[in-house]
Design a protein. Structure first.
Length: 381
């Protein structure tokens, strides 16, 4: 299928820019202003101040959730003041607690591996934040962020329909592409979303930022969600339930501290001694077991996934071949996508994939455009 790049904001358009204080979103705001757009900066406030300082005075490096949010907002405020940009901070703490933090904990406690960034994008950054903008009475033509991805429109209808929804395509810089994180954003929302950095590499972004003497160009890259040091605090609302660590034959190898501290494919921190490397093969939440195996036992030839999101909500009318990713760090691989039941699809890989983790997302691409995605429910070894 052929696609057309969605038009970017033009001179005179009113554009709301989601700002984090980082180089990407700061540069986007300035580029749009230079283009002649009326720019309004907005930052979502997530931090509830409920986690203690990290031990030994350790400092976070611009994590999504942490006490450095205050510094981020101060830098955004100063930047917007210097450039005459209207700026607002929108409180989404309660929505973030419910949709991201509570979800994160519940998934790990169910023996699954959650992806809080995907959840945050669909419910918070492109959900609650935009609701807050609307509630303030701000009218805008486009909402832009510093994500590395692209918005496209198919030249003809998808899956036999006449619908031509806005869809997410991969960015030019494959090493920084963030399309995978964005797959759950509804097409109706994408109609007003644009990613001005889609056609640039990260190196070019830094060069443009330094040419403009942006303070944000000297900041370290942000890290995802929260650091591992905070996991203890995050899960301290309920006591962990220790249980057995076993092998595939049921032999007890040791004790785990609680299944929320383990994920499929993990090798380090297992607390067992063996004459060979062992990895987390699977987690049985019902029996409170962590199952270990050799690396060769982690391969899956297919998976089942549900909770799918399709462009414009149009479900494929037939089986098809595509490229799929089972985690952000994986490269897309060839696979066959087939209806399994009323809620699920089975995705069969051309080549077996390692450490398929329930709770993670499988995202489906054709011609480097996301045509759908869902949440992995089961790995078929």
């Amino acid at each position: 299928m052929k696609y057309i790049d969605a038009c970017l904001p033009q001179k005179g358009d009113t554009v709301v820019v989601g700002m984090s204080g980082g180089v990407d979103s700061t540069l986007v705001a300035l580029l749009l202003q230079e283009k002649g757009c009326r720019v309004i900066g907005v930052t979502m406030s997530l931090w509830k101040g409920d986690l203690p300082p990290l031990p030994d005075g350790k400092k976070l490096h611009s994590s999504c959730y942490g006490p450095d949010e205050t510094e981020d907002i101060e830098e955004c405020t100063q930047f917007c003041k210097e450039h005459g940009i209207e700026y607002h901070v929108i409180d989404v703490k309660e929505q973030y607690q419910k949709q991201v933090l509570d979800y994160f904990k519940a998934e790990y406690r169910a023996g699954r591996t959650p992806n809080p960034c995907i959840r945050c994008n669909s419910f918070i950054k492109f959900g609650a934040l935009l609701e807050g903008v609307q509630n303030m009475g701000i009218k805008y033509d486009y909402f832009c962020t510093g994500h590395y991805a692209k918005i496209v429109v198919p030249e003809s209808g998808i899956w036999g329909s006449e619908e031509r929804p806005h869809m997410i395509a991969c960015a030019l810089d494959a090493t920084k592409d963030q399309a995978y994180f964005l797959y759950r954003i509804p097409s109706a929302t994408l109609a007003k979303v644009r990613f001005p950095l889609a056609g640039y590499t990260k190196k070019e972004t830094f060069a443009m930022a330094r040419d403009r003497h942006l303070k944000a160009a000297e900041r370290p890259e942000s890290q995802d969600f929260i650091p591992p040091e905070y996991f203890e605090y995050l899960f301290s609302d309920k006591p962990s339930i220790p249980g057995d660590i076993i092998d595939l034959d049921g032999h007890v190898l040791g004790r785990h501290r609680g299944i929320e501290y383990y994920t499929v494919g993990q090798r380090r921190g297992l607390g067992v001694s063996a004459n060979r490397p062992l990895y987390v093969h699977s987690i049985d939440a019902q029996k409170n077991l962590v199952i270990l195996a050799d690396d060769s036992d982690l391969a899956s030839y297919s998976l089942l996934a549900d909770d799918f999101v399709w462009p414009a909500g149009i479900v494929p009318d037939c089986d098809f071949d595509a490229m799929v990713k089972i985690r952000l760090a994986s490269r897309p691989v060839p696979a066959h996508v087939a209806r399994y039941d009323d809620k699920s699809f089975q995705i069969t890989f051309e080549t077996p994939q390692r450490a398929v983790a329930p709770g993670q997302s499988v995202v489906i691409y054709k011609d480097s455009v996301i045509v759908g995605g869902g949440v992995i429910s089961k790995a078929i070894k």
